[in-house]
Design a protein around this ligand. Structure first.
Ligand code: KG4
Ligand code: ZN
Length: 340
């Protein structure tokens, strides 16, 4: 059982194709974290099929929860759990509803508070789990399958949106280009692997910098890849992948670096699935070293969707008196609200 001076939160995440549950103490100590990925289920369709994802969450959530609770020394009566936090948006409606319904049931059955968590905010908390002593202000580059955002974080839970993509998310661009190149799903890891064997200078793909702020655009780059492959059908796929990855990373890092400099950030932080990208990680590290600021790169397990970050964000919300009613619904289009 948890030390009673500790607040132990159960986190639940079902917004897309990962079914996850985690127990976290005081928003910072991961006691257990279980993630069941549905990648194999969706791979043959080349992307996430929403209806299948929802059904899979229904099947997987109970065993995933049981494993996370058992690993934390708890049980199906919720012994030692003080609150339940759940992602309620953004994401796939049918998937979100599975987690939200389960969290509401547990809150009611165990008599503990429920807290709804914004999935994007949860990604911002992932780095705090590994680096609780982060200095502020921070700039977080949140790059996932559905989002590409630059966020200034002035303290935990307080942030300002600086920029975002005007078309495709970075992960979406990786997934679409990988699909076009026949590299399968999910595309990001596949491109990352094959790009290591290619020449990043083989193709001069465009770097797009829309506006003079901090926005991104990847749809033109995607079209350039298609045009280049049509023009050079015998091109080495590794060269195309390497040149594409270099172009994506160049714009992500250039804009993130500018954002960090403009707000006087002490560090640049990565979040979201694309933060697992090997070239992005090494380029951010080099850029931050050159700029004399910190670089915080969460472990790959915390970059991709997980429930520990949901529990951490939920704990912070609870500390600020934010308890959700049992009427909590799912919001597939939930946005990151500015609080700074
Ligand atoms: O954060 P996440 O797990 O789920 C969303 O909330 O979207 O991110 C998944 C995205 C996918 O688009 C996937 O292709 C991408 O992250 N991704 C990567 C890498 N690993 C995952 N993109 C580039 N390089 C990687 N190594
Ligand atoms: Zn995510």
């Amino acid at each position: 059982m948890a030390d009673r001076t500790v607040t132990r939160v159960l986190g639940i995440e079902t917004s897309c194709d990962e079914t996850a549950a985690s127990v976290v103490d005081d928003g910072s100590v991961i006691v257990s974290s279980v993630v069941s990925s549905q990648i194999d289920l969706h791979a043959k369709y080349g992307g996430v099929v929403p209806e299948l994802a929802g059904r899979a969450h229904v099947e997987l959530l109970t065993p995933v929860l049981a494993e996370a609770l058992e690993a934390a020394g708890s049980d199906c009566s919720g012994t030692g759990i003080d609150a339940v936090a759940v992602t309620y948006g953004p994401g796939l409606i049918g998937s979100l509803l599975v987690g939200v319904a389960e969290a509401k049931a547990l809150s009611l059955a165990w008599g503990i508070p429920l807290v709804g968590v914004n999935h994007l905010e949860a990604h911002l908390f992932a780095s705090l789990l590994e680096q609780p002593d982060l200095g502020y202000p921070l700039v977080v580059l949140l790059v996932s399958g559905g989002h590409t955002l630059l966020v200034e974080v002035t303290e935990p839970g307080r942030y300002r949106l600086m920029g975002g993509t005007i078309d495709d998310a970075a992960g979406e661009a990786f997934d679409k280009v990988a699909r076009y190149l026949g590299l399968g799903y999910p595309g990001g890891p596949a491109i990352d692997r094959i790009a290591d064997q290619g020449d990043p200078a083989a193709f001069a793909f465009p770097r797009s910098y829309p506006g003079d702020g901090y926005d991104f655009s990847f749809s033109g780059l995607k079209t350039s890849v298609v045009n280049a492959v049509r023009k050079h059908p015998d091109a080495d796929t590794a060269d195309v992948a390497a040149s594409f990855r270099r172009a994506v990373v160049d714009v992500l890092v250039a804009r993130a670096r500018k954002a960090a400099a403009d707000v006087g950030a002490t560090a640049l932080c990565l979040a979201g699935g694309v933060a697992a990208n090997a070239l992005l990680r090494s380029t951010v590290e080099e850029a931050c070293a050159a700029d004399g600021i910190g670089a915080f790169l969460p472990s790959r397990a915390l970059c991709t969707d997980n429930a520990a970050m949901v529990a951490a964000a939920g704990w912070w919300r609870l500390q600020h008196g934010d308890v959700s009613p049992l009427t909590l619904g799912a919001d597939p289009n939930l946005r990151l609200a500015a609080t700074a």
